[in-house]
Design a protein around this ligand. Structure first.
Ligand code: SAM
Length: 223
């Protein structure tokens, strides 16, 4: 049984996909998708030995060895040409790390039709990277789990230029349109947190001018 967060990611994987799940830890996501006949084949990439062993254990526990291959590798280096991967999931890491993983092996993105990314933080920088590399954000959704609200970003390659303005980068072009009540709740809470921090900064003996400007700007974006 997947966590709610990973189930939402799983539901965004196309039927019959050939999936690379990078930073897979226990390989729960690809294992569940294979057991439910949702995908054809998967690679579970892990750069750390312990999680890689977890993935191997999950594969043998379910008898999935012919369709789920755990690989000890850094990021997209886990993908080999014969895998014919068309979908990549990268979940549960910071946006900066996800960006770095994608940027390190651009050649491995050729032929990939969908990225499903779940950054824990650093979403705006990740969106900017996607746009700069001809990935269009097709869908975004929010998942509340363990007192956290996570953003899930689905991006697909396009030949057309992709441009997002500052608001779209910050809040998500799809979430602005279709974020619903969880979206409003998330950003109202964030605005309150920033307003409180702003007050503290303004009362400081030596107010940090640049940070104050930055916070004022961000609060202004939200409202
Ligand atoms: N994807 C799972 C999830 O969302 O529940 C596990 C998330 S876990 C917090 C992050 C995993 O990413 C860790 O197991 C870590 O070892 C792995 N990781 C970090 N950097 C990586 C990289 N460059 N290549 C592959 N895996 C990486």
């Amino acid at each position: 049984n997947l966590s709610h967060r990973l189930q939402v990611v799983a539901d965004l994987v196309p039927q019959g996909a050939r999936l690379a799940d990078i930073g897979s830890d226990h390989a729960y996501l690809p294992a569940a998708l294979l057991l439910n006949d949702r995908i054809e084949f998967a690679v579970a990439g892990e750069v750390v030995k312990g999680p890689f062993e977890n993935a191997k254990h999950e594969v043998s526990r379910h008898g999935l060895a012919d369709r789920l291959i755990p690989r000890l590798a850094d990021g997209l280096a886990a993908i080999e040409p014969n895998d014919h991967i068309d979908t990549i999931t990268i979940c549960g890491m910071g946006g900066a790390l996800i960006k770095q993983i994608l940027a390190a092996h651009l050649d491995k993105l050729v032929g990939v039709k969908r990225l499903i990314l779940q950054p824990n933080i650093g979403e705006p920088g990740l969106r900017a990277w996607l746009a700069a590399h001809h990935f269009e954000i097709m869908h975004e959704t929010l998942v509340a789990e363990d007192d956290q609200i996570y953003e899930i970003i689905v991006a697909e390659p396009t030949l057309l230029p992709v441009r997002y303005n500052e608001r779209e980068l910050t809040f998500g072009p799809e979430l602005i349109m279709h974020g619903g009540p969880v979206f409003t709740e998330k950003w109202q809470a964030e605005r309150q947190r920033m307003q409180f921090a702003l007050q503290q900064m303004q009362q400081a003996a030596q107010p940090p001018v640049d940070r104050i400007n930055d916070y004022q700007h961000k609060i202004h974006l939200i409202t």
